[in-house]
Design a protein around this ligand. Structure first.
Ligand SMILES: *[C@@H]1O[C@H](CO)[C@@H](O)[C@H](O)[C@H]1NC(C)=O
Ligand SMILES: *[C@@H]1O[C@H](CO)[C@@H](O)[C@H](O)[C@H]1NC(C)=O
Ligand SMILES: *[C@@H]1O[C@H](CO)[C@@H](O)[C@H](O)[C@H]1NC(C)=O
Ligand SMILES: *[C@@H]1O[C@H](CO)[C@@H](O)[C@H](O)[C@H]1NC(C)=O
Ligand SMILES: *[C@@H]1O[C@H](CO)[C@@H](O)[C@H](O)[C@H]1NC(C)=O
Ligand SMILES: *[C@@H]1O[C@H](CO)[C@@H](O)[C@H](O)[C@H]1NC(C)=O
Ligand SMILES: *[C@@H]1O[C@H](CO)[C@@H](O)[C@H](O)[C@H]1NC(C)=O
Ligand SMILES: *[C@@H]1O[C@H](CO)[C@@H](O)[C@H](O)[C@H]1NC(C)=O
Ligand SMILES: *[C@@H]1O[C@H](CO)[C@@H](O)[C@H](O)[C@H]1NC(C)=O
Ligand SMILES: *[C@@H]1O[C@H](CO)[C@@H](O)[C@H](O)[C@H]1NC(C)=O
Ligand SMILES: *[C@@H]1O[C@H](CO)[C@@H](O)[C@H](O)[C@H]1NC(C)=O
Ligand SMILES: *[C@@H]1O[C@H](CO)[C@@H](O)[C@H](O)[C@H]1NC(C)=O
Length: 376
């Protein structure tokens, strides 16, 4: 015990004198990353002088898998996107593995380039522990786990991870990949899609397709004005995105519509927005965050959840279900399948159990928007 303590303390003091590039090239799991970073002299300078950072370093295997994929090959040809992606792997602050807890934390990264992200203070990454498993969630709920923790260097620590992170994509691309096509189509039909996709520090409560379908009769004859009023009630254009960590029981938030939403915490860690239940929280997007909900919100009927509800309550009384998913005609269909479907109605709001991307979609969507473009 004592010996272990002493030897790791000695290793730490020796190793911590080393620069990032020395540590990366000397570690047999990160030599490829060292080579990749070396191709970006500005980044080497930036990282070399940075202090108090955490680098999530994709293992040689993780990088190899990516660079062998179609998406990876497309990405490799776009040095701006590669640089943005590398910046997304750099966390502001020294986060040792034991600082990651079983409550989601949304840590700012060095990705601030507005071509790729619009989150004040840097695009965020979600950190969450399950037992000994330290996991980071990036765009499209892609998850990567730490395989070698707390490698010290003179600017902070490195965690070697088993997959390359996914850059959070635009709202548009995220809605399509997550099969939230009714919302994508409705935003397009009201000419809001472009505006919403470009917002900074945005939060969107995104009804899934089943939610739109359930009130099909109410939507069928809705005017563009009515629809716009409904959709803008789902969008919060704030000064910081509202990740689950910043929601508290009873929080009231003003929407782009003008009217406010109320957040209520139910039993078993469920979260409701007015009467709708959050079925998949914290899908990171370029400008902020999307929370998938199971009912369409109504700015004219803002009742909260029924006590001890296990599912959301519809807010359009008298509406009946449509045969087809509203607004989906002509909306792009993803070429890949999201595991469980972020839009699936049956998921829980616990991150540990949330649907995630399968390996297949992970490879195709690793770079978010870049990958989608490559697939078209
Ligand atoms: C990588 O290095 C570790 C120790 O630093 C060693 O135990 C391991 O065998 C090495 N793996 C390979 C594949 O060389
Ligand atoms: C990438 O492809 C090369 C050549 O096909 C192969 O040798 C290598 O094992 C692959 N790497 C990974 C990590 O799949
Ligand atoms: C942001 O990204 C764009 C596109 O890759 C690039 O041209 C620009 O130089 C980047 N800006 C900064 C500050 O790195
Ligand atoms: C890192 O975060 C601190 C506050 O937590 C902030 O003052 C600093 O500007 C950030 N650094 C960068 C490079 O964004
Ligand atoms: C390191 O960064 C974190 C997060 O920005 C900050 O809270 C902390 O004070 C910084 N520590 C030092 C020694 O600068
Ligand atoms: C989370 O961690 C805390 C403190 O370690 C522990 O008390 C709690 O039971 C954990 N919760 C879950 C759901 O694992
Ligand atoms: C960030 O916001 C600017 C200004 O609204 C916009 O031009 C840009 O496309 C946005 N970037 C992303 C990645 O959405
Ligand atoms: C760690 O958690 C992630 C996400 O929940 C999961 O995909 C992965 O298989 C887990 N790894 C281990 C070693 O349990
Ligand atoms: C949304 O994404 C689809 C598929 O990638 C694309 O065809 C469409 O032009 C995009 N619309 C906007 C407003 O960005
Ligand atoms: C949230 O607040 C409501 C209303 O005050 C209360 O009924 C409910 O029990 C609270 N939820 C939790 C999880 O404390
Ligand atoms: C909460 O979980 C417990 C145990 O799984 C279950 O008995 C109870 O019905 C759940 N309550 C709600 C409101 O989901
Ligand atoms: C989006 O709306 C435009 C008209 O504003 C229409 O031409 C286009 O077909 C729509 N696209 C989708 C995917 O619905």
């Amino acid at each position: 015990m004592l010996f272990q303590y002493l030897s790791s303390a000695v290793l730490l003091s020796v190793a911590s004198a080393q620069s990032l590039t020395q540590v990366l090239s000397g570690n047999n799991q990160t030599s490829q990353l060292a080579g990749l970073v070396g191709g970006f002299p500005n980044l080497v300078t930036q990282l070399g002088s940075a202090r108090n950072i955490t680098l999530l370093a994709p293992s040689n295997n993780a990088l190899g898998t990516l660079l062998n994929s179609t998406a990876g090959k497309a990405l490799a040809a776009n040095s701006g996107a590669v640089q943005a992606l590398l910046q997304y792997h750099v966390l502001n602050g020294t986060y040792r593995a034991d600082a990651v807890t079983n409550t989601s934390a949304f840590i700012p990264t060095a990705l601030t380039n507005t071509t790729y992200a619009n989150v004040t203070g840097g695009q965020r990454i979600e950190a969450l522990r399950a037992g000994t498993n330290v996991t980071f969630f990036s765009g499209l709920l892609a998850n990567t786990s730490v395989v070698q923790a707390d490698v010290p260097f003179d600017g902070g620590v490195i965690h070697v991870i088993d997959k390359v992170l996914t850059l959070p994509a635009s709202i548009n691309d995220t809605l399509i990949a997550a099969r939230l096509s009714s919302l994508a189509g409705a935003l397009n039909a009201t000419n809001l899609l472009g505006t919403v996709s470009g917002l900074q520090d945005v939060t969107i409560f995104a009804p899934n397709n089943a939610a739109f379908r359930a009130i099909g009769s109410a939507l069928a004859n809705a005017s563009v004005e009515t629809l716009t009023s409904i959709l803008t009630y789902h969008v919060i254009d704030g000064t910081t995105p509202l990740y689950s960590s910043s929601l508290t029981n009873g929080t009231s938030v003003a929407t782009v519509n003008g009217a406010s939403l109320t957040v209520t915490f139910g039993a078993n860690n469920t979260v409701f927005v007015n009467g709708a239940k959050v079925v998949t929280p914290n899908v990171l997007v370029a400008g902020g965050v999307v929370h998938v909900i199971d009912a369409v919100l109504n700015p004219s009927a803002t009742a909260g959840p029924t006590p001890s509800a296990t599912a959301g309550t519809g807010a359009f009384s008298g509406a009946s279900s449509a045969t087809n998913e509203p607004f989906t005609s002509g909306v792009a269909v993803p070429t890949t399948t999201v595991g469980g479907g972020a839009g699936a109605a049956s998921s829980t709001s616990s991150r540990a159990n949330a649907p995630m991307m399968t390996g297949a979609v992970g490879a195709a969507a690793l770079f978010g928007a870049a990958a989608f473009a490559a697939n078209m």
